[in-house]
Design a protein around this ligand. Structure first.
Ligand SMILES: *[C@@H]1O[C@H](CO)[C@@H](O)[C@H](O)[C@H]1NC(C)=O
Length: 193
């Protein structure tokens, strides 16, 4: 052939800054119980939450504080939105539903009571969540109890939102001190809303 047809395939190779999904968890303040099943949203990402809390029972009762976390994989105020919980503790009742919709949850902070020696332990008592549509360091605080103090903020990368949950739960201890939720792990999935 006399003619050489040069086909130049120009590959536009862009450089994408991709991150892999990560798990975020608080450094343990207390470390009782076992890690429950890791659950992940099958479709959608977390846009709301609800806490199950045992109300304070007075000085002679064995208090447990936070017993479960429900994360909604979509708008929590829409009927039938799926949710994930990992292990659900036996005590208390479900509180208010909190929503970041149309935003997404992208970080959390636990309120944990440190070891009380021979006194009643409760471990984790409340949770704050950070959302993609809240400015700066604003957060939504759940309706848990006030024991303990706020531990380190755990945040997803900026192009990620929460998509999975696992809780460390100390279940019924008979006559011994029960604490229910001790720690929490959340998976951050790549997603740019
Ligand atoms: C997060 O932890 C769970 C179990 O604890 C695991 O199944 C999952 O693969 C982890 N995800 C990442 C991104 O490491």
């Amino acid at each position: 052939m006399n003619k050489i047809l040069c086909i130049t395939v120009i590959t536009l190779s862009s450089v994408y800054l991709t991150t892999a999904n990560i798990n975020i968890t608080s450094p343990p303040v207390t470390n009782w119980g076992v890690w429950g099943p890791f659950q992940k949203c099958g479709f959608g990402y977390v846009q709301g939450f609800q806490l199950k809390t045992e109300p304070y029972g007075g000085i002679f009762s064995d208090d447990t504080g936070l017993n479960a976390i429900k994360l909604f994989c979509g708008n929590p105020d829409s009927f039938g939105t799926p949710f994930i919980t990992s292990t659900e503790g036996d005590w208390g009742s479900w509180g208010n539903v909190y929503s970041c919709y149309p935003g997404y949850l992208n970080g959390f902070q636990l309120r944990v009571e440190e070891y009380q020696g021979s006194s009643d332990d409760t471990a984790t008592n409340n949770v704050r969540f950070f959302c993609t549509n809240l400015a700066g360091s604003n957060y939504i605080e759940g309706d848990g109890l006030g024991f303990g103090s706020w531990s380190q903020i755990q945040h997803c990368y900026s192009d990620q939102v929460i998509c999975g949950l696992q809780t460390q739960m100390e279940t019924y201890q008979g006559d011994d001190d029960d604490t229910a939720i001790n720690n929490v792990l959340m998976e951050c999935c790549d997603y740019t809303p």
